[in-house]
Design a binder for this molecule. Structure first.
Ligand code: ADP
Length: 480
């Protein structure tokens, strides 16, 4: 029977929103900011009522407006969560109406609290979903009580071929799981199926499981984490952690350790053997000299090996510091050729380049010297019968192409794919006599890469090889 009114929602002692009935915006604003009656009720937390005499020019007789405010209180902590404001003309709210309104306010409190709780729950649910979706590990949660399974975003991405329904960042996807189907891409199928079945049977294994997907394309560490509610097993989180990068690093590390130790063992055991002989036996002068020379050669090889290896490690880790400057490859080639020509009588090293052209590039001088030096020393080394070695320079649009050609022993085509790999040496009895570390070309490749260039080889076994290095004349990106 009220003429107009409003339900005012209160949060932390402030009016947070107004649900009006037959009230203009203006009236609402004035109620919120100016009503003493409302203020009184909010402070005292007790029902309050007034009557106001209204007289204006239109009415012959003055009339009354009766207003009442009933607080809506949270019964648990006695905090105000709302107010009921009602107003009507000419008739007061009597005692029975007031008590009815009080009872209604109590009911309203319960409904409002329930609504608030529901909203809070929704919010919490969204937050949990966001948290779990933001985790990079793939997660499946099996809720034993509700017999439901949900998965996070990473899980759905990992098994995108199974087309689970991803509903967005704020929700976890309901998943209908078919273990056999899930295990299809797993290389250790049986182990994985048995593991997941244990989880489904409410008996999650304590220890984890290492698996791989798609024939070793991706490595996963699987583990199950139980969730208890009131001491009772409520559900289990099945987590699949992508450990591909770590596994790859481990594999590379152990491969490196075994290659390095193998490469070190040969010269070391030779040095050890010969020194032992020299210590224990009384040797002829000529023999002593021969052994000493072997020891010296092996120690030299060892020292080259270590310094090449350290250079390469530095470059691969991006820790090599290059100093960029304008480098004239024509001048560098002339210098290097005369240096290597000094080391041999049976080779003729030539330069083929149009001296009128500009072969200047932006480069690290020492790096370039090392690159060309390695190629030249290989050209000489791998043409043991001597012959011609040709360095050529060619200027193309935005780049200089530098080639080193020899008429040496050449490279079998089967060796070409691995030629630039660390410690790779073509294994044939001929070449065993030619010393080396198998690191020179790997270093050349790294240097070319740091210059945004490209190094490759063309070779005919038994006829000779040409190493081709394409180098841009300037660098867009300045490397460290
Ligand atoms: P190494 O220290 O063994 O010379 P490199 O990395 O410089 O190591 O070269 C790797 C392998 O490639 C060599 O062992 C050799 O078999 C082959 N190779 C390199 N350059 C030439 C070349 N100019 N002619 C023939 N074979 C070559």
């Amino acid at each position: 029977s009220a003429e107009f009114g409003a339900l005012l929602l209160v949060k932390d002692g402030e009016i947070s929103s107004v649900v009006p009935k037959e009230m203009t915006e203006e009236q609402q604003e004035s109620l919120k900011t100016k009503s003493l009656l409302l203020k009184r009720a909010m402070i005292s937390k007790l029902p309050a009522a007034t009557s106001k005499k209204v007289a204006d020019d239109l009415h012959e007789y003055p009339y009354y407006i009766y207003e009442t405010v009933i607080p809506v209180m949270d019964p648990s902590d006695d905090k105000m969560i709302g107010c009921l404001y009602l107003a009507r003309y000419d008739e007061q709210f009597d005692a029975s109406e007031k008590s009815e309104l009080n009872a209604f306010a109590n009911q309203l409190a319960i409904s409002l609290l329930r609504m608030r709780l529901y909203r809070q729950m929704q919010q919490d649910r969204k937050e949990t979903a966001q948290l779990i979706n933001s985790v990079r590990e793939s997660i499946l949660y099996l809720n034993y009580e509700e017999e439901s399974v949900v998965g996070n975003r990473a899980f759905i991405r990992m098994f995108d071929d199974l087309q689970f329904n991803y509903k967005g960042y704020e929700e976890l996807a309901d998943i209908e799981i078919d273990i056999e189907q899930l295990a299809e891409r797993v290389d250790q199928r049986e182990h994985f199926i048995s593991y997941v079945e244990h989880v489904f049977d409410r008996n999650p294994p304590e220890e984890g499981l290492s698996i791989s997907l798609d024939q070793g394309d991706c490595f996963l560490q699987v583990y199950a984490e139980s969730i208890y509610r009131d001491g009772k097993l409520h559900g289990t989180m099945l987590v699949l952690r992508d450990v591909t990068a770590e596994t790859e690093i481990d594999r590379m590390k152990s491969e490196l350790v075994s290659t390095v130790s193998h490469e070190l063992r040969t010269p070391l055991s030779s040095i050890y053997g010969f020194t032992e002989l020299m210590l224990e036996r009384d040797l002829k002068e000529s023999r002593r000299e021969l052994y000493l020379k072997t020891i010296h050669d092996e120690a030299k090889r060892l020292s080259f090996l270590v310094s090449d290896f350290l250079d390469l490690q530095k470059m691969e880790a991006g820790k090599q510091t290059f100093e960029w400057e304008r480098v004239d490859l024509y001048e560098l080639a002339r210098d290097s050729i005369s240096f290597y020509q000094e080391t041999t009588d049976v080779h003729h090293i030539h330069l083929d380049a149009d001296s009128a052209q500009d072969f200047t590039i932006e480069a690290d001088l020492e790096g370039m010297r090392q690159l060309l030096g390695n190629l030249l020393s290989n050209a000489v080394k791998y043409s043991p019968d001597g012959g011609n070695v040709l360095v050529s320079l060619e200027r193309l649009e935005g780049q200089v192409v530098m080639k080193v050609r020899d008429n040496g022993i050449g490279i079998p085509s089967s060796a070409l794919p691995n030629l630039f790999g660390k410690f790779y040496r073509v294994d044939n009895s001929d070449r065993r006599k030619i010393g080396g570390t198998g690191l020179g070309l790997a270093i050349c490749k790294e240097i070319a890469k740091a210059h945004d260039g490209h190094l490759h080889v063309e070779s005919v076994y038994g006829e000779g090889s040409t190493f081709i290095c394409e180098l841009p004349t300037s660098k867009e990106v300045v490397h460290q």
